[in-house]
Design a protein around this ligand. Structure first.
Ligand SMILES: Nc1nc2c(ncn2[C@@H]2O[C@H](COP(=O)(O)OP(=O)(O)OP(=O)(O)O)[C@@H](O)[C@H]2O)c(=O)[nH]1
Ligand SMILES: [Mg+2]
Length: 401
């Protein structure tokens, strides 16, 4: 599972990425700092059953666990900034959207303070309207899908003519969009949502092509908005305006800069901070200058206002709310350790409809092929191969080998 970061230049995409992945990448206060994509590991935060349910200490082999909060890894991608007209080659163009073609969801970062213009140049705070930022990125993404569709339309129509009349069009459309990770089910949903069910593709109007590709984009690349730079004045009124202008979207106030500072201070053991918490504790007040103390208290004030820095909240929203993924832990009724004695060492992100059998295959092909049953370890109950798993389940797979 992979999530991409998108937005216009110079609004904090790489800062968000750096905070989430703790990798040392370039961040500057001018547009187009990032050209080549940054790819890294970010984490989703969830209750760890080891500490919270079984009351034992765990030893994660991937990700980590702090105070009963498990951090499970997934891939995050940060790309160059988009500017209006990117589809026609403005700015760096939109070729780098290819770097986002196989992501499952997008985090759209906005400068909520309105202190960057459409090209990402610094302007007076509040002079740019973030509502326009939402609109133009949507247009660029819609153009991206529309242009891909139009390039393949003739081929899709030809394929349909060659096939039996009842061959479903979604098969060919999904094939055409396979580079963007689009699945047949998503094409069917987009056709239904566009009221085009049963209408021959050759009879679709230009507007219907547009509606369909927009819906396909929304379904196959669901998006959450991070309203970044919430620490700057005038952000609050902009935030409220965005929420009322786009009631259909989800906006999370973020301060990527604060999250970077907190994670660094935590690394240096100056503070105790668990990513996603809405507060932190200063461990070594003597190590801080008055100025540093003031700075860190300013961060606390922002966190209290918007319930944390918003970075972890946005990552969690993308994984659990947009994609509806679930975290499943392998374990045994009689034994929570692996062969090396690590307690609940693994945690897997599974798609929404994943069954016990899917999980068996995720663990090992042999477990899937030789599946004879499974146990819900928390409930100590047998479950069937077709049982759809719940977030936080601990599952033991029984196999004949
Ligand atoms: N005040 C404030 N500044 C921020 C925040 N997040 C990022 N910045 C600043 O915004 C500027 C741009 O940050 P980047 O992370 O490089 O932005 P970007 O969107 O990756 O920029 P490009 O790669 O050029 O498109 C830097 O000066 C950051 O320090 C924030 O939450 N608050
Ligand atoms: Mg960048």
């Amino acid at each position: 599972m992979k999530i991409g970061i998108i937005g216009k230049p110079n609004i904090g995409k790489s800062s968000f990425f750096k905070a989430a992945t703790m990798t040392d990448i370039e961040i500057q206060n001018y547009p187009f700092t990032t050209i080549k994509p940054n790819i890294g590991v970010a984490y989703v935060r969830a209750e760890c059953p080891a500490e919270n349910f079984f009351k034992v200490k765990c030893n994660p082999q991937h990700g980590f666990c702090i105070d009963g909060q498990r951090f499970v890894p997934f891939e995050l991608v940060d790309v160059a900034g988009l500017v209006p007209g990117a589809a026609e080659g403005k700015g760096l163009g939109n070729l780098f959207l290819d770097d986002l073609s196989n992501v499952d969801a997008l985090i759209h970062i906005i400068d909520i303070s309105g202190s960057t213009n459409m090209q990402g140049e610094i302007i007076e705070v509040g002079k740019n309207d973030p509502v326009e930022d939402v609109k133009f990125i949507e247009k660029e993404l819609d153009d991206w899908y529309f242009n891909i569709f139009m390039r393949g339309k003739t081929k899709i129509e030809r394929q349909l003519r060659l096939m039996a009349t009842d061959t479903p069009v979604e098969k060919f459309i999904a094939e055409h969009f396979s580079g963007l990770n689009v699945r047949e089910k998503q094409v069917i949903d987009a056709i239904t949502k566009s009221n085009l069910k049963g209408k021959l593709i050759t009879l679709w109007s230009d507007d219907e092509y547009k509606t369909f590709t927009k819906n396909l984009r929304l379904i196959s690349k669901p998006m959450v908005f991070a309203a970044n730079k919430i620490d700057i004045k005038s952000s609050e009124s902009n935030f409220n305006r965005l929420v009322s202008t786009f009631p259909q979207y989800s906006f999370i106030p973020t301060c990527a800069l604060a999250e970077i500072q907190l994670r660094f201070a935590e690394k240096q053991k100056i503070i105790k901070y668990v990513p996603g918490d809405n507060d932190f504790q200063i461990l070594e007040p003597n190590k801080l200058t008055d100025q540093q103390k003031q700075g860190i208290e300013k961060i606390r004030t922002i966190m209290q206002k918007v319930n944390g820095t918003g970075v972890q909240q946005t990552l969690n929203f993308a994984v659990f709310n947009l994609l509806k993924y679930k975290i499943i832990f392998p374990g045994g009724v009689n034994k929570l350790e692996d062969s090396k004695g690590n307690v609940m060492p693994d945690a897997f992100l599974m798609p929404p409809n994943a069954t016990t059998l899917d999980f068996a295959y995720k663990l090992h092909t042999d477990f899937g092929d030789n599946f004879i049953g499974a146990i819900d370890v928390k409930k100590k109950q047998k479950i069937g191969r077709e049982t759809v798993l719940n977030n936080g389940d601990v599952i033991e797979i029984l196999s004949s080998k």
